[in-house]
Design a protein around this ligand. Structure first.
Ligand code: PMP
Length: 346
């Protein structure tokens, strides 16, 4: 196993092998043991380092990519950052079409990492020429020698997690895992991890986390794509207004939907209770555990693993900004305790 004291050839050697950290407070009201796979320990601070490195290396192996070529992707930010990081080390140009829902911090980070960024409107349908899918497709056809990663429709996204996240969790829990709780955006993380884990033990329960305003949960239950389910929501990277082929619905037992507001408060609570500064979807995943726990779903010997996909620093202008929380009305129904934790000396 790689260790902090070791010396590495470049930053890419640090991708994966993230820690599993016991949650001592967040689920202490429920029976069972709860652990978080904390993906912010990747060098690009998210689980997307795994797919960026894996997909690009597969393309290299197949002779599709050579240095100087361009890599194109649609991304809510994290995948873009990871592709940009891999591109720097491996000598590719990186072009990213991102949703306008992405935080300003994320977009600035992508530029800092050398990417050319196109910001596309979030609330248009996927087949609109302004959507980030259509913009990426157009750029792919225009730029010679370009590769389109297409994470929502790329089987390699699933394979990357099957090859790394799944085995890591199996080994770290010494095969004791009983439940996997993970957010579903492209679905690559949950599908690949679940596929590996269920091959080891088919009894493991796999619970996907979806957003209100996304079609994923209903599609899983009914196989119906219901446009009525679609409306704008604030969590980035979770849920979808289309059905990604990078989601293997058969590996997932059920989906739980969470709200923007509860997920934001839960993310803040993770920082305050566990000392873990994680992103909005980590709050969403933990919120799903809370909802399941309140239904009495966990038993004494259960070993629940939740994936925390990224780092909190990416949300400073969103859920970790009291101003933003207030603007969303997220402090309306509760005592704004966070506002009182700063005292201004005059
Ligand atoms: N959380 C965040 C912050 C993300 O960016 C993503 C990716 N869209 C996810 C969760 C979901 O991961 P996946 O795409 O593998 O389903």
């Amino acid at each position: 196993m790689k260790h902090r004291n070791q010396v590495f050839d470049n930053v890419l050697d640090l991708v994966g092998k993230t820690p599993l950290i016991k949650l001592n407070k967040m689920a202490s009201q429920f029976e069972g043991n709860f652990y978080a796979k904390v993906e912010s320990f990747n060098p690009g601070h998210s689980s997307k380092d795994r797919i960026a490195l894996y997909i690009i290396e597969q393309a290299e192996k197949q002779g599709i990519l050579s240095p100087g070529d361009t890599i194109i992707e649609t991304t809510s930010g994290n995948t873009g950052f990871s592709i940009a990081m891999v591109s720097i080390i491996k000598g590719y140009d990186c072009v990213l079409a991102v949703s306008s829902k992405s935080s300003a911090d994320k977009i600035d980070m992508l530029k800092t990492m050398g990417a050319k960024v196109y910001v596309c409107p979030a609330h248009v349908s996927a087949d609109d020429p302004r959507s980030y899918y259509e913009v990426a497709k157009r750029l792919h056809s225009e730029i010679k020698g370009s590769v389109y990663i297409n994470q929502y429709f790329n089987q390699l996204n699933i394979d990357a997690h099957y090859a790394s996240t799944g085995p890591e969790i199996w080994n770290q829990t010494e095969g004791k895992i009983t439940h996997l709780v993970a957010c579903s955006g492209t679905g690559g993380t949950i599908s690949g991890t679940a596929k590996y884990l269920k091959e080891q033990n088919p009894n493991i329960q796999v619970i996907g986390v979806d957003a209100f305003g996304s079609v994923i949960k209903k599609y899983h239950e009914t196989k119906e794509f219901d446009e009525q389910e679609i409306y704008p929501y604030r969590i980035e990277g979770l849920g979808k207004n289309l059905i990604p082929t990078a989601t293997d619905f058969d590996t997932i037992d059920e989906f739980v939907k969470v709200t923007d507001e509860e997920s934001a408060h839960t993310a803040r609570l993770i920082a305050k209770t566990e000392g873990l500064f994680v992103g909005y979807t980590s709050g969403a995943a933990m919120q799903a555990i809370k909802q399941l726990g309140e239904e009495g779903r966990f038993k004494k010997n259960d070993y629940v693993v939740v994936i925390f996909p990224d780092h909190g620093s990416r949300y400073m202008s969103k859920i970790y900004s009291d101003k933003w929380m207030k603007e969303q009305g997220f402090f309306d129904s509760i005592n704004a305790e966070a506002l009182q934790s700063i005292e201004y000396i005059k």
